[in-house]
Design a protein around this ligand. Structure first.
Ligand code: TRP
Ligand code: ZN
Length: 847
């Protein structure tokens, strides 16, 4: 076991630079030959004459020519990872290196691998070292000329940039030559070869010039790519309008593949997508899937400026590109669809997953100071909290201020590899301001606790708002300091009239704010729009929350009031009947307004998930919590049965908004057995995947009589659609009533696979995150789960290491439960089972 820890403060510029690279690939699934030609030139910023060409044990070095001289391979020095150490180099060094790799044996899916008969690459963050010997770090940027040679059985040969030439290589083989004029780091390199079809469209840039857009996929899937192609055009147009950022390429290609570690990859001019995030037609994708496809298409396209043109100096600054690009995607979706609902969805994701990560053993700052395996740092914190930090700039500086800052960032740092300091600098200098303490959002881990209280003084007509922020010590950081927290708020009179709406930036440990001329005690709505990623502690009464629910104009604040109502009622010490009765009164007036925004009301009517609420329990008890939520839901179902039936009938289901409320009503009706025929009919008569999956999920969760029939029907109907079959597995293991034997059987199903990351994740991640079912079958469930992770680890370490999520969320479980849950991980570490560095690092951090 050897680790190479990266330290941010020990960053050193590369001692040599590379202007351009010439690569030749002779593709063969068993043995692909790669020839790399490039010249190292001294970088004056680092006087060292030593240099590392990263490599790995997956490479077979065939020949090494340095300045025209063929070197004896045995005389070369390798580092532990398999990279080549060069010493005492002159100012310029010309290299010609030949090596081979075996794509068909590459199950790690990093470097070049086979997927459904295609050659496909994935290089971020350090996959290029599995292709050839080269400085595999983002601050070495070069232009690439790539020659791809392959058998004609692989008709399409793609790489980054422009196609310079294509032709016959010999009788059986053909070739293409690509040139990418934009200097790029290794992680943006891409190559795809195989029997692909494409669809295409044209985007016209503001100057009238066209960009040719293509999406490539295997023939059976090509018909499902139209929506993604449209989404790409929308993304291009939006970035022009919102930020003045225009596509710099004449050709923009996307390829969809079934085996992929991540969601998608922003390789310059040749994005590669997990098919899960491209394929979308109404028969196979839900309304949620459509939204996700559009968002991921946007995300990868937006990287072209924020990530590719301006990249990261080192991987500790990963959030420079990811946080910013997630934020850009959030704004894209908000502008195109429903801003309030998008905000609610993003905050729910952040709080359920990033807050949990940040409260557990894997907590780390948005810009970490050190890391072992870079691949383990593609986290909720880097992405989602990173996006919140970018949002803070916009909230504090305003929309125009943020746009000015981004413009400055692009103008000043285009073509460079930089850090979050440069981003902060651009925001400050463009706005001629100093953002005091802002850098602490990058350097301090953890979610700030924001305590607020008000008291009203009728004699002086004054309202006093007292604020206090605390960032508790963490394992790695002590004595942490105040961060600037923008707080958007509004005051309402007791009859719901808005008195004022404002924002303050709270940048001290404690602060008092006075409001004068207030005649009666108002209701304050704090942290509207979730204006900062903090935990707000404010003792709202049920009455105040109900007032906010009705009076607020901010969608997030209304939804948040409803969440607090649920939380207050679920956690109060009373019977399920009493809890339900309180909710009857809250629900009653809402029915009248559903038509104003069916999708939003569907969100209001949906009780919080066990996963979201569990961290708020003093001593986590997933089964008890599930029992309570389920019990209350059943009462709401029965009490309002006619209303649910009315909603179910009233909405025809022809739009996503209508389907949202219709399926929400169905989820209540499903609690009453006499309604199960409606459920069955909903499944059978569904004309789209949204309705079908909604009914299917409920049929499994409520174990309805025809469940087995539906399971068979679903599997048969969608057998040719891998992403739909993924959900056939996932929905079963995510059901709260699933038992361990059922899960085990699913892993033995002929359609299950440890090799395909989507399929493996659908079962192993799906079951792991099912805190209720895992608890019910404890400790066997956890022992089984760890065993499954180890099986994946033997094939694909990067994917395995991302399956440990559940073990990071048990901080408030009882000591016995924690010990029982962690026991299999302890046993594993003590055993001689070989583990990847990726998984080993994660387990070590957890226990
Ligand atoms: N850069 C990609 C994105 O955010 C993420 C990515 C691509 C990735 N390939 C990966 C993440 C492999 C983890 C592992 O869009
Ligand atoms: Zn990204």
């Amino acid at each position: 076991m050897h680790e190479t820890t990266l330290y941010r403060l020990e960053y050193e510029a590369p001692s040599f630079l590379i202007d351009s690279v010439d690569l030749t690939f002779e593709l063969d699934p068993k043995k692909t030959l790669i020839t790399a030609r490039y010249t190292l030139t001294k970088n004056p910023d680092n006087p060292s004459r030593d240099f590392i060409l990263d490599g790995s044990d997956t490479l077979t070095l065939e020949s090494f020519i340095q300045n025209g001289e063929t070197l004896d391979l045995k005389a070369l020095t390798f580092n532990q990872e398999g990279g080549i150490l060069l010493t005492d180099l002159p100012d310029t060094v010309t290299l010609e290196i030949q090596n081979s790799v075996s794509p068909e044996n590459n199950h790690r899916l990093q470097g070049i691998f086979m997927t459904d008969g295609l050659f496909c690459s994935d290089c971020e963050p350090q996959g290029f070292r599995h292709i050839t010997y080269f400085p595999d770090r983002p601050d070495v940027m070069a232009t690439y000329r790539v020659k791809v040679i392959a058998d004609k059985a692989y008709p399409v040969l793609l790489s980054n940039g422009n196609l310079l030439e294509e032709g016959e290589y010999d009788e059986t083989r053909h070739y293409t030559i690509w040139h990418d004029p934009f200097p790029k780091p290794t992680y943006l390199f891409a190559l795809v070869a195989g029997d692909l079809e494409f669809i295409e469209a044209t985007h016209i840039r503001p100057d009238g010039s066209p960009v040719k857009l293509r999406i490539y996929a295997h023939k059976p899937f090509i018909a499902q790519c139209e929506f993604a192609l449209g989404a790409l055009k929308r993304a291009m147009k939006w970035d022009e309008e919102r930020f003045g950022l225009v596509c710099d390429l004449d050709h923009y290609n996307i390829v969809a593949v079934n085996d992929f570690n991540g969601g998608a990859m922003e390789n310059k001019g040749l994005n590669i997508f997990n098919a899960k995030f491209i394929l979308a037609d109404p028969n196979t994708a839900t309304d949620e899937d459509f939204k996700t496809v559009e968002a991921v298409i946007g995300h990868e396209y937006f990287h072209n400026w924020t990530g590719n043109r301006i990249t990261c100096r080192d991987w500790l600054n990963l959030s420079l590109k990811e946080g910013l690009t997630v934020f850009r995607e959030q704004e894209f979706t908000a502008d195109l669809h429903h801003r309030g609902i998008k905000r609610i969805e993003d905050v729910a994701l952040l709080r359920t997953h990033q807050f949990a990560e940040d409260a557990g053993p894997l907590s780390h700052p948005v810009r970490p100071d050190e890391c072992e395996k870079v691949e383990n740092f593609y986290t909720m914190t880097i992405y989602e909290k990173g996006a919140e930090v970018i949002r803070l700039y916009q909230t504090i500086l305003g929309h125009d201020g943020f746009n000015k800052g981004l413009k400055k960032y692009i103008e000043e740092f285009d073509g460079q590899a930089v850090t979050t300091d440069e981003f902060l600098y651009a925001m400050e200098s463009a706005n001629e301001t100093h953002l005091t303490n802002f850098d602490r959002w990058y350097s301090q881990s953890g979610t700030p606790e924001l305590h607020a209280s008000i008291d009203f003084h009728p004699e002086s007509e004054t309202l006093r708002l007292a604020l206090r922020q605390v960032l508790p010590d963490s394992k790695h950081q002590k004595n942490r300091a105040a961060q600037p927290i923008p707080i958007k708020y509004a005051l309402f009179s007791q009859d719901g009239e808005m008195l004022l709406e404002e924002m303050l930036v709270f940048n001290e440990n404690v602060q008092c704010v006075l409001f004068h001329g207030i005649k009666e005690k108002p209701v304050i709505s704090l942290l509207r729009d979730f204006s900062a990623p903090v935990n707000l502690h404010f003792d709202y009464t049920l009455k105040e929350l109900i007032l906010i629910l009705h009076a607020e104009t901010d969608d997030f604040a209304r939804w948040e009031a409803m969440q607090r109502i649920y939380e207050l009622i679920i956690f109060e010490h009373s019977t399920t009947e009493d809890k339900a009765r309180e909710l009857f009164e809250v629900f009653e007036p809402l029915f009248a307004n559903v038509r104003q925004s069916p999708e939003f009301y569907a969100l209001l009517f949906t009780l919080p998930t066990v996963t979201a609420l569990l961290p708020k329990m003093e001593s986590a008890d997933p089964l008890l919590l599930f029992g309570q939520i389920n019990g209350i839901t059943r009462q709401l179902a029965a009490h309002f049965e006619d209303r649910w039936l009315d909603l179910y009938e009233e909405f025809d289901g022809d739009s996503p908004a209508h389907r949202a409320i219709k399926n929400c009503a169905l989820s209540y009706l499903a609690h009453i057995e006499t309604n199960h025929p409606i459920l069955e009919a909903h499944y059978m008569n569904a004309t789209n995947m949204t309705d079908r999956k909604a009914a299917f999920t409920l049929a499994i969760e409520h174990d309805i009589a025809v469940k087995e029939t539906l399971l068979t029907h679903f599997l048969e109907t969608y057998r040719n659609y891998p992403t739909v079959i993924d959900s056939w597995f996932a929905l079963q293991v995510r059901s709260p009533n699933v038992s361990l034997p059922v899960v085990k059987k699913l892993t033995e199903h002929p359609q299950f696979s440890y090799k395909n990351p989507n399929r493996a994740r659908s079962v192993i991640a799906g079951y792991g995150m099912n805190m209720v079912a895992m608890q019910r079958d404890m400790p066997a469930s956890y022992a089984f789960h760890v065993g499954e992770i180890v099986k994946v680890d033997g094939i694909n370490p990067q994917t395995a290491a991302r399956l440990i999520g559940p073990y990071t969320r048990i901080g408030n479980y009882s000591n016995e439960d924690q010990a029982a849950i962690l026991a299999p991980l302890n046993t594993l570490l003590e055993s001689d089972t070989p583990l990847s560095n990726n998984l080993h690092e994660q387990i070590k951090r957890i226990i």
